[in-house]
Design a binder for this molecule. Structure first.
Ligand code: GCO
Length: 470
């Protein structure tokens, strides 16, 4: 069924992934999908400016596009929630655009708050649990102009924003996710310069790390003041795979294995240890020219480690890690070789890496590890319509099927996983890649904004329906 332009296309029969039975996940397991504000909302003239608007206008996007219109979700919200309802998901992970709620420090944009108010009500009317991410990288530009995450004040401003949002939505949101992928925002936005705000603050990266962690902790306290809605954070996790000269683990050296431990400390544990253990890994000292004690103030670690109710895991693939004498973080990530299938992003498809990462988290954190949600997993594919106009994205079906089996295997190994969100509902604006990478269960024609469910949409709908039938 085609949404948006009113034309209905006949639906071909659903074929499960290679005819295999659906992955066996426990009763009560939640199937969902995920999106983010800047990647789908559009309506840029109805909100304040974010660092991604500035970064795109400065030429940072591969195809020269912006998120100004994206999927025009702000003006098509009911249609998109209808897609969610038809899909049968139990949860929808979306993000709230900070600049839409607070265009500048002293203002609260009531129209912006009203949009999220209506979205949450529409979701609940369709028995879909709203999972709201408060920060998915779209920092208000005026905050960046004042120093952004290099400044401690930004953490306090984030808590004020969280308080404002909770005062509007706190009675209906079913899970708060404070930050999305602080590691990626730090590394790509504040070191590599290929994401907004496009700066390189090396050798002093640690303030960006710590002020995001502090923002998380202060927001937890602000959210708790509005009730007992479960709170989590959605971290990017790359399973650390040491690789040698041929980019496979088979030729890795002891130095590569040591580098993989460093990568795990800096990319994965740097944003998990402070929250679950109340301390940073020793490698945090690599991220400052001084000492981390210069940045951490009394009480910070206690604030940051305020208990949370779930841990969000965004997983796409393992990370190949090799020793490096020249890289500033003391490791290189040259990729993973071997005969793996690859996505349209050229990312290797290694589902068992997800099981491995989940078991690693359980081993590392033991009883300090709260229940896990897979808050993102999915693949970019070169989707092409068939002769009947539908998209037969079997590559995506196989990807999702295999990763759900990896989740089931992790659960069998004793990891408490409660839910899984496909990235993403819609083809959307993929950051520095613009519109060139399509992750959606639903194809979006960015000229007409027509939505066309793909075969993976129908496969996921059938899988969810079968799980409900038990
Ligand atoms: C991320 C972001 C998403 C991306 C998705 C595909 O994990 O990078 O959370 O916004 O669009 O992961 O790259």
């Amino acid at each position: 069924m085609r949404f948006g332009d009113g034309v209905v296309v006949s639906e071909p029969a659903v074929s499960t992934a290679a005819g295999k039975p659906t992955p066996a996940l426990p009763p009560g397991f939640t199937f969902g999908v995920a999106t983010s504000a800047h990647q789908i909302e559009g309506a840029c003239d109805e909100r304040g400016v974010s660092v991604w608007d500035t970064f795109a206008r400065a030429g940072g996007i591969a195809d020269g596009t912006t998120g100004d219109v994206a999927c025009d979700h702000c003006h098509r919200m009911a249609e998109d929630v209808a897609l969610l309802a038809d899909l049968g998901v139990g949860a929808y992970r979306f993000s709230i655009a900070w600049p839409r709620v607070q265009p500048s420090r002293s203002t609260l944009n009531l129209a912006g708050c009203s949009f999220y108010d209506r979205l949450v009500d529409e979701l609940l009317a369709n028995d879909i649990a709203p999972l709201a991410t408060l920060f998915h990288w779209d920092l208000p530009q005026d905050l960046q102009d004042a120093g952004g995450w290099m400044r401690r004040e930004t953490a306090a401003r984030f808590a004020d924003y969280a308080d404002a949002v909770a005062s509007v939505l706190g009675d209906r949101v079913q899970q708060w996710i404070t930050l999305n992928e602080p590691s990626v925002h730090t590394e790509l936005g504040h070191m590599a310069g290929i994401h907004a705000p496009g700066v390189n603050v090396l050798p002093n990266l640690f303030p960006v790390v710590h002020h995001q962690m502090l923002a998380h902790g202060l927001a937890v306290a602000a959210l708790r003041a509005h009730g007992n809605v479960p709170i989590s954070i959605a971290n990017s996790y790359g399973t650390p795979w040491p690789v040698g000269p041929d980019l496979t683990p088979g030729t890795a050296s002891d130095a590569d294995r040591a580098a993989a431990l460093t990568y795990d400390a800096i990319h994965n544990r740097m944003y998990t240890d402070p929250i679950l253990l109340g301390r940073y890994p020793d490698e945090a000292e690599y991220l400052t020219s001084g000492t981390i004690g210069d940045i951490i103030l009394e009480g910070d670690m206690s604030t940051i480690s305020t208990p949370i109710d779930a841990l969000g895991v965004n997983y796409y693939n393992p990370t190949g890690v090799a020793a490096s004498e020249t890289e500033p973080l003391r490791y290189a990530t040259p990729g993973i070789g071997g005969e793996w299938p690859r996505t349209a992003f050229d990312w290797p498809v290694i589902p068992d890496g997800l099981r491995e990462m989940l078991v690693l988290l359980k081993d590392q954190y033991g009883d300090r590890l709260p229940p896990i949600w897979i808050t993102e997993n999915g693949c970019a594919a070169d989707d092409q319509p068939g002769e009947d106009g539908t998209i037969r994205d079997d590559v995506r079906i196989d990807y999702l099927d295999q990763h759900l089996r990896a989740v089931a295997a992790a659960i069998d190994a004793g990891v408490d996983v409660r839910g899984y969100c496909v990235w993403s509902l819609l083809d959307n604006w993929e950051w520095a890649e613009g519109f060139s990478k399509r992750f959606g269960l639903v194809q979006v024609d960015f000229e007409t904004q027509a939505r066309v469910p793909k075969a993976s949409y129908r496969w996921y709908r059938e899988l969810i329906s079968a799980a409900k039938r038990g």
